[in-house]
Design a protein around this ligand. Structure first.
Ligand SMILES: [Zn+2]
Length: 529
């Protein structure tokens, strides 16, 4: 027995993924079709539909005998508060001299209830360019400006000289508000970069009807001290710049090229009367575990995450009100279930444990993963890696995988090696302006020092595939047409599942846990060795 065991152990280290189950995409698609069915009403955080989808998932896990790892069986309760704007009781105007120019909520701007809007705000506006203060680069868009008691008008984006990881980090809500508090600003008015908008303004305006949420525990309040938040329609932005000697077309052109932007006080104040309606929301993360087979390493966990929540029922588009979220993110949720099934079979069981977390409230600002990363159901220092799957978009054959965090940690090397075995190329984030590395649940693990990575089906610039992805974002992202009637590439989905499975096994079987690269920006969060 001994030599055989040794041989198996060596095989497990050197080539853990030899006995590959073949994913053909069918089991994946079956689960996607259930989770994205109208009966779950778009899985809005805390809704009946989300609970139903979670219960379905738990039923599948039980049937597969995958063990629970929440605090209440498979569940970890997540307590939230929702904030909704009573629009009929709210109004916003720009005030120039003594004259008020009323703004139309929806057409001119939308208000952000991510900030606890104060009932009455009357504050001068200051254009702060990209609104970034980055000590590492001695970059300070607030230098020489007086923001005390004022609202910062921010053009979304970053200058080309700024590495994308730094730019993404300092554009996160938490970092932005740290800077805003430091300069004494009381609010923020964002202008989307027309060159990097995921969805057209019409959809942003429609989506404003979804209530926002925050974690109930005030310790998690990133926008504390804020009194106003909003996003201005770029097509109406000249209302802000009239009389300044600048127009928005000129600023947007510089921003599209990631060039330098001027900063200046606007000859305007913003006056807002708002009424917020808040209520308590109860949701849950779903947590399961495949225990590791190595006695010592089994105490360490590779965490696979996917958000199960989506946008719920919204304003109708082409007569459809249900945001089924088939790709966003029934697709990632279904992938995790397939991996739990295959990794739990004894011949595949890895040395470290693998934790599966279907998080809630991603669409509300990565809240379920934030709660989990701060209150993990296993000891935090034993989380060795996070691999997140969010909207991996198998809409073209899997020839190239986009790896977010490719150069940041050992996980990137392992992902590249797994992809190479499968004949798949890897590429780093081709669209750094969209900040995707910090825009999904992996970011909360990064902030706890856990090496993290996310992957998607990729495309090469200038190819017909690129156009397919762009068209998908424009037509289906956060729209009711992200449903199960859309075309998907089952072979690509299966290949992507296999890639994720092999990466997971490689991380779980590696002799040492992954580390951040010495020059990675994100290493700052890692505990001192
Ligand atoms: Zn989404």
């Amino acid at each position: 027995m001994r030599p055989m065991t040794l041989l198996l152990t060596l095989l497990a280290v050197a080539a853990p993924a030899l006995a590959a189950p073949s994913f053909d995409g069918r089991s994946w698609w079956h689960t996607v079709q259930v989770l994205a069915d109208d009966r779950y009403e778009g899985r809005e955080t805390g809704s009946r539909g989300e609970r139903g989808a979670q219960d379905y998932l738990v039923g599948r896990l039980k049937a597969l005998h995958v063990r629970p790892a929440g605090t209440h069986g498979y569940f970890q309760p997540v307590e939230l508060r929702s904030r909704e704007l009573d629009e009929a009781a709210s109004s916003v105007a720009l005030v120039r001299g003594g004259d008020a120019l009323p703004l139309v909520i929806g057409d001119d701007l939308v208000l952000s209830t991510r900030v606890e809007l104060a009932p009455d705000v009357d504050a001068p506006l200051v254009f702060v360019g990209y609104g970034l203060r980055v000590p590492e680069l001695n970059h300070d868009d607030y230098a020489g400006l007086d923001l005390k008691g004022k609202i910062a008008v921010v053009f979304q984006g970053s200058p080309a000289a700024m590495p994308s990881a730094l730019a993404a980090h300092y554009q996160s809500q938490a970092e932005r508000w740290k800077t805003l508090r430091a300069v004494g600003a009381i609010g923020i008015l964002m202008i989307p970069n027309p060159a990097a908008m995921d969805i057209p303004w019409s959809r942003i305006a429609l989506n404003r009807s979804h209530p926002s949420m925050v974690l109930a525990d005030p310790a998690f309040d990133e926008t504390a001290g804020g009194r106003f938040g909003g996003t201005f329609n770029p097509a109406q932005a000249d209302k802000l710049f009239a009389g300044t000697g600048h127009d928005f077309a000129e600023l947007a052109k510089a921003g599209a090229e990631r060039g330098p932007l001027p900063t200046f006080a606007l000859p305007l104040a913003l006056r807002a009367h708002t009424r917020l309606v808040t209520r308590a929301v109860h949701s849950r993360n779903v947590v399961a575990v495949v225990p590791g087979r190595d006695r010592a390493l089994a105490r360490e966990y590779v965490v696979l995450t996917a958000h199960l929540d989506h946008l719920g029922v919204g304003q109708p588009i082409n007569g459809d009100r249900i945001n089924n979220g088939a790709m966003d993110n029934a697709s990632g949720s279904a992938l995790l279930l397939d991996l739990a099934r295959t990794l739990d079979s004894s011949s595949q069981r890895p040395r470290r444990s693998v934790l599966f977390v279907w998080v809630t409230a991603e669409e509300k600002g990565l809240l379920g993963s934030r709660y989990f990363a701060n209150h993990p159901t296993v000891p935090g220092p034993q989380l060795v890696a996070n691999i997140n799957t969010d909207m991996f978009l198998p809409i073209v054959p899997l020839k190239v995988a986009t790896v977010y965090g490719l150069a940041e940690s050992d996980l990137g090397d392992l992902a590249a090696a797994a992809a190479a075995r499968l004949g798949i190329r890897v590429q780093a984030d081709p669209e750094p302006l969209r900040n995707l590395f910090i825009r999904s649940d992996q970011y909360n693990f990064i902030k706890q020092g856990v090496p993290s990575l996310a992957m998607r089906v990729g495309f090469d610039a200038g190819t017909p595939e690129e156009k397919l992805f762009k068209d998908w974002l424009t037509a289906r992202y956060h729209a009711p047409s992200d449903d199960t009637l859309q075309p998907v590439d089952l072979a690509a989905a299966g290949a992507f599942e296999e890639l994720t499975r092999q990466l997971t096994l490689d991380v779980a079987n590696a002799p040492v846990r992954p580390r951040w690269k010495p020059d990675s920006f994100f290493r700052r969060y890692a505990p001192a060795p």
